[in-house]
Design a protein. Sequence first.
Length: 221
Amino acid sequence: MSVNSDSSSAKSVVVLISGSGSNLQAIIDYFAQGNDAGKVTAVISNRPDAYGLERATNAGIEAICLDHKSFASRQEYDAALQLEIDKFDADLVVLAGFMRILTADFVSHFAGRMVNIHPSLLPKYQGLNTHQRALDAGDEEHGVSVHFVTEELDGGPVILQAKVPVFAGDVADDLADRVHEQEHRIYPMVVDWFCQNRLAMSDGKAVLDGNVLPQGGYAND
């Protein structure tokens, strides 16, 4: 598959956030290091106090707040959000701590070009409180998954996972710190794969370099 080498042909990446934007920063830093297959063209938050908006401004990226509290329904919000994203001709939509459940119409519109990062080794622990749930289950390993977004919450095909150990005496914050470190390594990599035309979703499967990935994604062992 082709690889973009001309910055003028860089894929447009729009990142959606709700909070501090540490994964956003990792992606910004990655593409600032001469990786020119993609470019973050806009950052959109549903919360006006999200620090990630400041990160975007500091990087010279358009920062937009579309406050969900200003809309009467989830459907109205997602319709407005879709219009905002489409203004940037987004090739890829990256959910980076975007704490919203998305409507089916929105997910369908961006099918195959929207990814999310989730702090567990999917399909384990969909939803919230993943670190504590891993501890409560007595797991010896935990981790993070990057996946394509489908209508099933945290249920789209996994692209890449990173595992971390669980040590005796760990609390949820310990696991969170360990997982965040891996998030910042693997999320920019997946975004770059997509921007290089190496990654796609086909027939409900993640496909990398023409190969269908297994349930646990590329890092599955």
